[in-house]
Design a protein around this ligand. Structure first.
Ligand code: TXA
Ligand code: MG
Length: 331
């Protein structure tokens, strides 16, 4: 079981230093407890999916300590800023364009060019400030289970897989944050949550656009074709054809790889699935930028994070018009 610490100054320091070392820490927020990792550390972020046993990589909410920190990573339009000023810290998440070349690891946004940001209330903000980096944190529960709203619940569910839980008592709101996305003067509700729509409408002066969840799926990047690079993707290859670029895994087994591949990136030379998960989106983009017609991908085993890696690769290889809605992912 994990160590549970009451949230005093010492606990804040312990949490920040564990996070700086790339460890996962369960932290209290006003909505639900979060399973947090340093958002700039891809290996640590991959660890979140591993600990939750999540079969897909969905984009994670990134938690900041203040608006200045948000500004470092995202482009903030005037209306989003007004919402931040009105409701932060609090249970409101804003989806914003990600600034290019920031330190946030691409796995946090699941390779999207937007990022979901929120500033939580309570001790989480102090931990983020002490670390100096944002925290990627989905709810602290294994995939498919109910979100943890107390340190005891988190310990029961995840205690065997994490070392440290900070305890600030039961979560005040008990429901995940409300997620919105501003487009000019229009504000779309992507996920109802702990902040009432009416409260948001009282600031914006307009009704929230309640997009049909299916239509909204594109926003969280759940459309099958969203992950499709411009190149065609050929999966489970054992032979590389001339002119293809190769996404390898492990000690490369593909025949004629060296001779035929015009470029090769290896997700993990040693066959480590956590390392492969952390490299996946970045390497896909890098290979796609070479503008070759085909990205050939070696087989990736299905155990552990391999299931989520294969899920994303299948989406990348999907025909452009195949919009497979995954409703469980937008909860
Ligand atoms: O209350 C909360 O928000 C909790 C606590 C721990 O802060 N966190 C939480 O995080 O629920 P998470 O990572 O589980 O939320 C993920 C959801 C995704 O399923 C997706 O709907 C949305 O946030 N999301 C994240 N990034 C997005 C993006 N770039 N575009 C659209 N939606 C995004
Ligand atoms: Mg959850």
């Amino acid at each position: 079981m994990a160590t549970i610490l009451k949230t005093d100054d010492q606990a804040v320091r312990s949490a920040a230093s564990a996070l700086a070392e790339g460890k996962l820490v369960a932290i209290p927020t006003e909505t639900v407890y979060g399973l947090a990792a340093d958002a700039t550390n891809g290996d640590a972020v991959a660890g979140i999916f591993e600990a939750k046993g999540r079969p897909h990589f969905n984009p994670l909410i990134c938690h900041v300590s203040d608006i200045d920190m948000a500004e470092r990573y995202a482009v903030i339009d005037p209306l989003s800023r007004r919402l931040m000023q009105a409701f932060w810290p609090g249970p409101l998440t804003l989806v914003l364009p990600l600034k290019p070349d920031t330190a946030i690891h691409p796995l946090v946004a699941a390779g999207l060019d937007t990022i979901a940001l929120r500033m939580p209330r309570g001790v989480a903000g102090r931990i983020i400030a002490a670390l100096g980096h944002p925290l990627a944190a989905p709810s602290a529960n294994t995939s498919g289970k109910i979100s943890g709203t107390s340190a005891e619940a988190v310990n029961e569910d995840l205690g065997a897989r994490i070392n440290l839980i900070l305890d600030a008592g039961p979560s005040e709101v008990g429901l995940e944050s409300t997620i919105v996305k501003v487009d000019g003067t229009c504000v779309a509700l992507l996920r109802p949550g702990g902040l009432a729509a009416e409260d948001i409408e009282s600031v914006t002066g307009t009704r929230l656009e309640r997009i049909d969840q299916r239509a909204a799926i594109e926003a969280p990047g759940m459309m099958a074709s969203h992950y499709a690079p411009s190149a065609r993707v050929r999966l489970n290859v054992h032979d590389v054809r001339e002119g293809e670029v190769l996404l390898a895994f492990g000690p490369s087994r593909a025949q004629k790889a060296e001779k035929n591949a015009s470029a090769t990136l290896n997700l993990s030379e040693t066959g480590n699935l956590r390392e492969a998960a952390a490299n996946l989106f970045d390497f896909m983009k890098r290979l796609d930028r070479l503008k070759r017609p085909v990205i050939a991908v070696e087989p990736i085993p299905f155990d552990g994070l391999g299931e989520a890696i294969n899920d994303r690769l299948v989406r990348a290889a999907a025909p452009r018009d195949a919009a497979i809605a995954e409703m469980d992912e937008i909860k």
